[in-house]
Design a protein around this ligand. Structure first.
Ligand SMILES: [Zn+2]
Length: 65
């Protein structure tokens, strides 16, 4: 299985989850919103070297509230 990273569009919570089946909806564990955005796999703190990576909190330490 592949662990994907998601960011909730509602509350901004970043989390990781295994995707079980393709197209399966993923909910935010914080606010139960389905408005989540999947990041590229293994995007852990990848330094977005100037290429428009500023908008995504890919480096959020998880406790960001
Ligand atoms: Zn959320």
């Amino acid at each position: 299985m592949i662990l994907y990273e998601f960011v909730c569009s509602q509350c901004g919570h970043a989390f990781e989850e295994f995707q079980k089946a393709s197209g399966e909806a993923v909910q935010c564990p914080e606010c139960r919103s389905g408005q989540v955005k999947r990041l590229l796999s293994a995007v852990r703190c990848a330094r977005s070297s100037g290429s428009s990576g500023a908008s995504e909190p890919a480096c959020a330490p998880g406790g960001f509230s």
